[in-house]
Design a protein. Structure first.
Length: 106
């Protein structure tokens, strides 16, 4: 069993340890790259979620404005109809008064 304790065996073990250390370092580097990529992806997701929330708030605000504008349009239309109705009523009363005056003169 002298080969277990000799220099060739020690050199072989050292080479294997060196190889395993190199493989471990490569795995660590790969792990760091993957971890950085994951952190970057999580950051981008957080950023995009923030953008989505801001866009949703803007959309809600625009929708509320549109609803308010629509109700304002309805109110303005009712006011327009009321004024038109009053103007027509005044025109009819005025025409009726003129015809009564003509009838009274004749």
């Amino acid at each position: 069993m002298p080969e277990l304790y000799g220099k060739p065996f020690k050199d072989e073990l050292r080479a294997e340890i060196h190889s395993l250390n190199r493989a471990l370092l490569n795995e660590r580097k790969e792990h760091w790259k993957t971890q950085d990529a994951l952190e970057h992806a999580l950051f981008k997701i957080e950023e995009l979620e923030g953008k989505i929330k801001r866009m949703e708030q803007k959309a809600r605000h625009l929708l509320n404005e549109a609803i308010q504008d629509e109700s304002d349009v309805g109110e303005r239309f009712r006011e327009f109809k009321r004024r038109r109705h009053e103007a027509e009523k005044e025109a009819i009363l005025s025409a009726l008064a003129e015809s009564r005056e003509r009838a009274a003169v004749a």
